[in-house]
Design a protein around this ligand. Structure first.
Ligand code: SF4
Length: 468
């Protein structure tokens, strides 16, 4: 089947990583542009493969090139709604090709080709051929498939423009529905190959973490292949409609994670946040010093207010983990009225990169838009605090309230102490500051124990943060 292709093609290469030392070229990714798009068409010439722009043998070792991948498919049973789900399989199927590495999805793709693959004669035509065979094998309803590989910058730019319009159309359609309008949610376990305890729960209000699959896509996929990686979850009994906790979702999470995760809040980063695989578009992270939430996406290259970049943060909360205070999410979810609603939604957001803020500006409540700083206004906790105060961000009131109640607690303790000892009580001139409020936090510790803080307020005379 793959005889004409000079490299092996098999699922066993799915986890292959191509490091810089072994890389011939990089395609798309953070330092260039690129996209992938699956389109259901009426007229598709089966087996046609076109390469527009330089092929691998015309590229310079070590360079980075723009890259577009257009996959056109035809089939009597193929529906437009299946495009997103079929497109999402590009990641997995491309990775079956030895010497070709594919990361992410949509206009976030990032690929590398190994030196060995190029030395053995591998070119983009082979890539197209392997993808055509694999897609037809995976989806027997595809009757004809043609592939366009684009590496010419202008062509990729035009393609990217068109692809972005298609993504937006898909996303906009999903915005018409909300969780209350449906009886069924969907689960997706496509990422379990690298995140074994992760299941995405996709609802009308909560697009999948990868941002590539919405509720309509899932509906079409589950209908096409009921035993496939995307399946129905009867909405059933609601335990908490603000946090987004459902009996059936918890049961599915427990089942698919082999009991590792048995509770999930769909709309909160506290308590039991949704698990995170590794392909999330952004991470929401709790900033305890200010009792607010920051957002960082994978395109943001600087350090977050926590002092680490996106990549380090992603490393801490990916792989199917449920980490209190962190939640991987899609940018589309930030357009939903239910976006982190249990935590206060945008009223609790205190930092985000400018690029995200600009792209979401029409979804951020008007009265809050100027109150949320980006990296252009504030980066450190101190700068953010100052900005929030100056712009009267609602989180400032929240902090004042918790300080007030902390002071009352201290007074009560003083009275109790005086009564108990009958002696004079010295109040420190510099009262202790509340440095954090934690609705619920699990602290890992050794010896098979875990320490859980619930509604804890943390006070300290001094906090020393050391960088390792
Ligand atoms: S991120 Fe979620 S929805 Fe997207 S492919 Fe992975 S498991 Fe499926």
């Amino acid at each position: 089947m793959f005889e004409d292709i000079p490299v092996d093609v098999s699922p066993m290469y799915e986890g292959e990583r191509i490091r810089a030392a072994n890389m011939f070229v990089e395609l798309a990714g953070p330092k260039s542009i690129g996209a992938e798009l699956v389109q259901v068409e009426e007229d598709v010439e089966d087996g046609k493969i076109e390469v527009i722009g330089p092929d691998l043998n015309g590229m310079t070792e070590g360079e980075i090139y723009p890259f577009g991948l257009l996959i056109q498919i035809k089939g009597e049973k193929l529906e437009k709604e299946l495009e997103g789900v079929i497109e999402r399989r590009t990641h997995e199927l491309c990775n079956y090709i030895k010497g070709f590495m594919h990361l992410n999805q949509r206009d976030q793709i990032w690929c590398r080709v190994s030196k060995e693959a190029v030395e053995s004669g591998f070119g983009f035509e082979h890539l197209g051929k392997a993808i055509s065979i694999l897609f037809k094998e995976e989806f027997p309803i595809i009757e004809a498939i043609s592939i366009k590989v684009l590496t010419d910058r202008e062509e990729v730019e035009t393609f990217l423009d068109n692809a972005s319009k298609q993504y937006e159309e898909r996303d906009a359609k999903a915005r018409e529905l909300s969780d209350e309008d449906v009886d069924v949610f969907y689960g997706c376990v496509m990422c379990q190959s690298f995140a074994p305890t992760h299941t995405c729960v996709v609802t009308p209000d909560r697009t999948a973490l990868c941002g590539a699959i919405n509720w309509f896509d899932c509906r079409a996929a589950a209908k096409m292949d009921p035993d496939g990686p995307i399946f129905e979850i009867e909405k059933g009994e609601v335990l908490d409609d603000v946090k987004g906790e459902y009996v059936n979702v918890n049961t599915v999470m427990a089942d698919k994670s082999q009991g590792t995760v048995d509770r999930v809040y769909l709309h909160s980063v506290f308590g039991y946040p949704h698990t995170s695989c590794g392909c999330f578009e952004a991470v929401a992270f709790y900033i305890p010093e200010l009792d607010g939430i920051g957002i960082v996406d994978r395109d943001y290259k600087g350090e977050t207010p926590l002092g680490i970049p996106f990549s380090a943060m992603a490393g801490q909360c990916s792989g199917g983990k449920q980490v209190e205070g962190f939640a991987g999410l899609s940018l589309e979810y930030m357009r939903s009225p239910k976006f982190l609603q249990a935590d206060g939604g945008y009223e609790r957001i205190i930092w985000l990169p400018k690029a995200i803020k600009d792209s979401l500006i029409e979804f951020i409540p008007e009265d809050l838009a100027d109150k949320i700083p980006t990296e252009e206004e504030a980066n450190s906790i101190k700068e953010i605090r100052k900005f929030l105060r100056e712009h009267e961000h609602p989180v400032v009131e929240r902090l004042k309230e918790s300080k007030k109640s902390a002071a009352q607690d201290v007074e009560t303790e003083e009275v109790v102490e005086e009564t108990a000892t009958g002696s004079e009580f010295m109040v420190d001139e510099a009262p202790m500051q509340q440095v954090g409020y934690v609705p619920e936090l699990t602290v890992p510790s050794s010896g098979g124990m875990k320490i859980i803080f619930k509604n804890a307020k943390i006070y300290a005379e001094k906090v020393i943060i050391k960088k390792k």
